[in-house]
Design a binder for this molecule. Structure first.
Ligand code: 8YV
Length: 324
């Protein structure tokens, strides 16, 4: 009998998924569930047939330069994989897979909740009640911005962008416009209650709320910079559940501090888990700890997708979600 492939899980996963993996493979768990450093990841690449990384594992090109890698597949736990240098992995003969589709709803749900929370100042209100500082109802207390009927601008009309459009158009009667690199058929856009505009600037100018749904890294790094933030409506809000590096965080802080935009709802940051103190100090910002896909159902479904990918790979079949 041939030995089972050796697989390293870089973090703890939903138990049901860990159990299936343990039945099929020789798995090693990171019992402490703290991020592995570069040396530990390099060792993982040398000693395991597969590594199952998450967004908290940085796998840049130098880690793939070692000519003696045992690792043949990175089964990424997540749809975004900008923490992996996919070209370098490919050049070393390492396959990379991700988990598309299963986290669409939960990520869009969280984007909606950020939008509502920041617009209706619900985070501020909650802090006030918890601090025992609420002095009672009055007509001018904690006045926010109405969401229903406003314009939502979406950057990136992939699965999650579409799910966000659908929720906001059909749920909150919003006028939804979007920017997407490639042309989306009009009927397809209409199905989600949305309308494509030609440029990001057009979307930023028209929208009361802007929600980002594009991958991080590469040419999307700092796509939303000081210039583009200044293009947004004064009084506008930015929602980011995509990747932190899509926004120039320093420029965002300045735009929030100086009132260039009115607020932001953020789930992702440039140097997670570090969230700049200046950002945390702002009342007009909702800050969540990268919770987009954090539901029992979705995290389990993501894990099962990884199981499918590595199982197919080691059975000599094409993994369903190969990105490289
Ligand atoms: C995941 C995400 O939790 O899938 C993604 O791209 O951003 C998150 O929802 C994270 O990536 C897990 O590695």
């Amino acid at each position: 009998m041939t030995a089972k492939p050796r697989i390293l899980l870089t973090r703890r996963w939903p138990r049901a998924v860990e159990e299936i993996l343990a039945q099929r493979f020789e798995t090693v768990l990171n019992e402490r569930d703290v991020p592995l450093d570069a040396a530990q990841l390099a060792e993982g690449l040398r000693n395991f047939d597969a590594l199952l990384p998450t967004v908290s594992d940085r796998l840049p090109a130098p880690l793939f330069k070692d000519g003696d890698l045992r690792c043949r597949i990175l089964g990424n736990f997540g749809v975004g994989y900008n923490h992996i240098d996919v070209e370098a992995a490919k050049a070393s003969g390492v396959v990379v897979t991700n988990t598309p589709g299963v986290l669409t709803d939960c990520t869009a749900d969280l984007a909606v909740s950020l939008l509502l929370t920041v617009a209706r100042r619900a985070g501020e209100g909650e802090r006030q009640v918890r601090a025992g500082e609420w002095e009672g109802w009055r007509p001018t207390h904690m006045i926010g911005t109405k969401v229903t009927g406003k314009t939502l601008g979406i950057v990136g009309f992939g699965r999650i962008g579409k799910a966000m459009a659908k929720r906001c158009h059909f749920g909150f009667d919003m006028d939804v416009v979007f920017y997407n690199r490639s042309k989306v058929a009009e009927e397809e856009a209409q199905r989600f209650g949305a309308r494509q505009l030609d440029t990001i600037e057009d979307v930023l100018k028209e929208s009361d709320f802007v929600s980002l749904h594009i991958p991080g890294g590469g040419e999307n790094r700092h796509l939303i910079d000081a210039g583009r933030l200044a293009t947004m409506k004064r009084g506008g809000y930015l929602i980011n559940t995509a990747r932190g590096d899509v926004v120039d965080e320093e420029a965002l802080i300045e735009a929030l501090e100086s009132g260039v935009i009115r607020g932001a709802g953020l789930d992702v940051y440039e140097a997670e888990p570090q969230v700049p103190a200046r950002l945390r100090a702002l009342e007009n910002v909702v800050v969540l700890p990268h919770l987009g896909s954090a539901t029992e159902e979705t995290r389990t479904a993501m894990g099962m997708k990884v199981v499918d990918n590595v199982t197919a790979f080691f059975a000599g079949r094409e993994p369903p979600d190969r990105v490289a």
